[in-house]
Design a protein around this ligand. Structure first.
Ligand code: UDP
Length: 329
């Protein structure tokens, strides 16, 4: 199939393109405005179209030139505190951008859509591990932009027959096994790349945000899932839509939670560096525990994970960062 990947130069998008190209079955067009992504992250097996999904003329041109059969939509603004400070720019990019993309898809009779959704839909989960049908109650404008798009997709299926799969990533991490692409955000806010900056000599210590959570060691618990496993979930989701002619929403995680302290400990083992840690107050808006139940993805998509321990995940991230100390530049 011909697959259009928005945000294809970003972290999860670029890893998904690698996996799509590796199947040998798909032709891939990446779309990215390169505001955050890196052109170097797009494998030479894919075509990169540089532009913004909110620019209807640009996106129309891309559809007219490439005639994609399916869209994987990764491009979005992702920093939760920024979304609290400036919700309108988040709704503009994440919601208006998606509407422009969907309008163009409908016009060009493109019927399959995979959406990057998020664990941020679940601010106060009643059930842990969190099942895919847990009530969606976001706690930030960022999470709300993702909820709005999930709802837009439901109505668009009813009205225009667009099949869709929403994939809610829990904590995406790690890097392609070959070590040539990985996580490189500016500014970096995610725990694992921040921890690895210490052995890389870029920071003195890691800050642990909150030690008074109702968890075993007082630090927040998250579900860390390897980016290549997330990438393969997209390929399974595409198969599911096409062969079963169905839509769906799936939580994607490892089913296991690790505290911040446990991740720091694991990073010390993997890197052999002492990685000093300093305790700080909680970061605003962080829930205590987020762990996914991926049962639906396993049963309905046939999704399996290759990276089943945080050590393996950290090893791939560490390999990437050692090879690319200045990131994807
Ligand atoms: N965290 C931390 N120190 C950091 C960055 C993150 O203690 O420098 C904590 C954060 O408060 C959260 C967990 O690590 O409990 C994972 O944070 P991250 O930003 O990686 O992902 P999130 O769960 O917010 O999507």
């Amino acid at each position: 199939m011909k697959v259009l990947v928005t945000g294809g130069a970003g972290y999860i998008g670029s890893h998904t393109i690698r996996e799509l190209v590796r199947t040998g079955k798909h032709e891939v067009v990446a779309v990215d405005n390169l505001s955050k992504g890196h052109a170097a992250a797009v494998t030479s097996g894919a075509t990169l179209e540089q532009g913004d999904i909110r620019d209807s003329g640009f996106i129309e041109g891309v559809f007219a030139r490439h005639k994609p059969d399916a869209v994987m939509h990764f491009s979005a603004s992702i920093v939760v505190p920024d979304s609290v400070r400036d919700p309108l720019s988040y709704f503009d990019n994440n919601v208006c951008g998606t509407v422009t993309l969907l309008r163009t898809m409908v016009k060009h009779n493109c019927k399959y859509f995979i959406f990057s959704s998020t664990a941020a839909l679940f601010a106060n989960p009643k059930t842990i591990p969190i099942p895919s049908d847990e009530e969606r109650i976001p706690m930030s404008p960022y999470g709300d932009t993702k909820l709005v798009v999930e709802n837009i997709l439901k109505w668009s299926e009813d009205a225009y027959g667009v099949k869709h799969v929403c994939l809610r990533y829990f904590n995406a991490c790690g890097a392609d096994e070959h070590g040539d692409i990985g996580e490189d955000h500016e500014p970096e806010t995610h725990l694992i790349p921040i921890i690895l900056q210490v052995p890389l000599g870029k920071r003195q210590h890691v800050k642990i945000f909150g030690t008074d959570y109702p968890t075993d060691d007082g630090t927040a618990v998250r579900d860390y899932v390897h980016v290549t496993d997330l990438a393969t979930a997209h390929i399974k989701a595409l198969d599911f839509m096409v062969t079963k002619n169905r839509s769906g929403r799936f939580n994607l995680g490892s089913g296991k939670g690790y505290s911040v302290r446990e991740i720091v400990e694991a990073a010390r083992r993997v890197t052999g560096h002492p990685i000093p840690a300093v305790e700080e107050a909680r970061r605003e808006g962080d829930p205590a525990i987020l762990i996914a139940s991926s049962k639906d993805a396993e049963e309905q998509l046939g999704w399996t994970r290759r990276f089943d321990s945080v050590e393996k995940i950290l090893e791939t991230a560490w390999r990437f960062h050692q090879k690319h100390p200045t990131g994807m530049h």
